[in-house]
Ligand binder design. Structure first.
Ligand code: ADP
Length: 268
């Protein structure tokens, strides 16, 4: 039974279209399937529909008639939204949209408390989540006294405390200095969860995600290995994107892809 589940996509988006109440069409026939454990980047110009797509994964927005979204074997509907949110951890671009308590502990404990976990388990989940993001020992601090990089880590811990099967992140590296950015990438690379990242940060895509989906005008314009898409200048330019600077000095088609980045090495 478990074996069969492992073969099924962890995320299955089928022919999803979505228009906002003002009539603006944000998604138009999007189909994407993501396997368990995959890390996939969603890239595209502003207004391409990336955030709208992410909001469908935890049921904040729902397919309105046309299309279907399934996560961890559950169809996302009004009826399943609570169960869906326990499986899909959505991390917003701005951690201040996610952190609202007076202490780090309360913020990270909030989700498990709402799952009606007993007190001991809440404490254990907070401990595990903070240690996973390298923030053990900060339980008593006020989130707004922490740096942006630390607040981003706590925001990730708030969703890890729910034990999600899927992590969905919107622009995780925005605003971070190079060191905080590198350590965030290393952290996300070690997470076992199926991960979807919407971002403009092509270095992050390169280092974290073996697969990339290009979204443009609400449609999937390309879907394939990051190493191919990001170095395809014509495709990148056509969709308002830039190839990452890393490619020029290090890329050499004659060498195996595994030599290019730790991320590709791990997945190979
Ligand atoms: P991206 O994340 O790729 O920048 P979005 O998903 O935010 O794209 O937006 C896709 C399209 O939907 C854009 O045309 C945007 O203007 C529109 N849009 C986004 N949010 C709303 C909203 N709340 N109401 C109306 N239109 C919206």
């Amino acid at each position: 039974m478990l074996g069969e589940r492992a073969l099924e996509p962890m995320i299955q988006i089928t022919d999803l279209s979505y228009a906002y109440p003002d009539g603006r069409r944000a998604l138009d026939g999007v189909s994407v399937a993501v396997s368990p454990g995959e890390k996939v980047a969603i890239v595209g110009p502003n207004g391409a529909g990336k955030s709208t797509l992410l909001l469908h994964l935890n049921g904040t927005l729902r397919a309105d008639g046309k299309g279907r979204v399934e996560v961890a074997g559950l169809e996302v509907t009004a009826r399943t939204v609570r169960a869906v949110r326990a499986k899909v951890g959505l991390v917003f671009q701005d951690p201040d949209d996610q952190l609202f308590s007076t202490t780090v502990f309360e913020d990270v404990a909030f989700g498990p408390l709402h799952l009606d976990c007993p007190e001991d388990e809440v404490r254990e989940r907070v401990r595990r989540a903070l240690s996973a993001v390298g923030m053990a020992g900060h339980e008593g601090q006020m989130p707004h006294h922490l740096s942006l990089g630390e607040r981003k880590r706590i925001a990730i811990a708030t969703v890890l405390a729910m034990d999600p099967e899927i992590l969905v992140l919107d622009e995780p590296s925005s605003g971070l200095d190079p060191r905080a950015r590198r350590s965030l990438i290393a952290l996300l690379r070690d997470m076992p969860q199926t991960t979807l990242v919407a971002t403009h940060d092509m270095r992050l895509v390169w280092d974290l995600c073996p697969r990339t989906v290009i979204l443009d005008r609400g449609q999937v314009a390309a879907d394939g290995p990051t190493i191919d898409l990001l170095l395809d200048e014509a495709t990148m330019e056509r969709h308002g994107l830039e190839t990452p600077a890393v490619s020029a000095p290090f890329y050499d088609r004659s060498r195996p892809a595994q030599a290019l980045s730790p991320c590709h090495r791990r997945s190979g």
